[in-house]
Design a protein. Structure first.
Length: 174
């Protein structure tokens, strides 16, 4: 029989199961931390890119606004303001009635709209005026914006109707 040779190296203790589990968990946490770090860095880069893009858009918008201010009013606005208002006021002459009294006429040539504040004796006169204005050639829409019955004391026992009509008209043909 052969005799065993003496072993002069000290015996290594075997790693315990707890140490193996702890090592595995620490490696997993280190991997997760690295992944989150890379994700945050990519998000930070995206935020910086968005900020620089927004700053570029703001600079372009500011340049456009300053160019518009330097150019003055647009050619379209100047053209609209140069057109005569006679046809617009002519609509009111054609739809005139003894039952209607115009209190205020606001004309906005740029927006192609006209606001009429008026008083009528009764609802029938108001509706007839709206229908007549809507049927006028060149008027795109005539709408009743506000209607309120006046007090009976003002009109001698018969309260009139205060109303506001909004007209929109089409561009005149050249």
């Amino acid at each position: 029989m052969r005799s065993r040779l003496p072993e002069f190296l000290p015996a290594r203790p075997r790693p315990s199961a707890f140490a193996l589990v702890l090592g595995t968990v620490s490696i997993a946490v280190a991997g997760w931390t690295a992944y989150e770090f890379l994700t945050l860095r990519s998000l930070g880069n995206a935020v910086e890119a968005a900020r620089s893009e927004a700053a570029q858009w703001k600079r372009q918008l500011a340049a456009q606004r300053s160019a518009q201010r330097a150019a003055g009013p647009g050619a379209d606005i100047v053209r609209r303001q140069a057109q005569p208002m006679m046809p617009v006021l002519g609509w009111l002459e054609r739809t005139w009635s003894e039952d209607v009294s115009y209190a205020r006429i606001d004309i906005d040539a740029n927006a192609r709209s006209q606001r009429l504040e008026l008083e009528t004796r009764n609802e029938a006169a108001l509706l007839a005026l709206i229908d007549a204005l809507a049927a006028t050639p060149g008027v795109r829409s005539a709408s009743l914006v506000r209607q309120q019955r006046g007090s009976d004391d003002e009109a001698g026992g018969h309260g009139g109707i205060e109303a506001t009509i909004q007209l929109r008209w089409e561009e005149p043909s050249p």
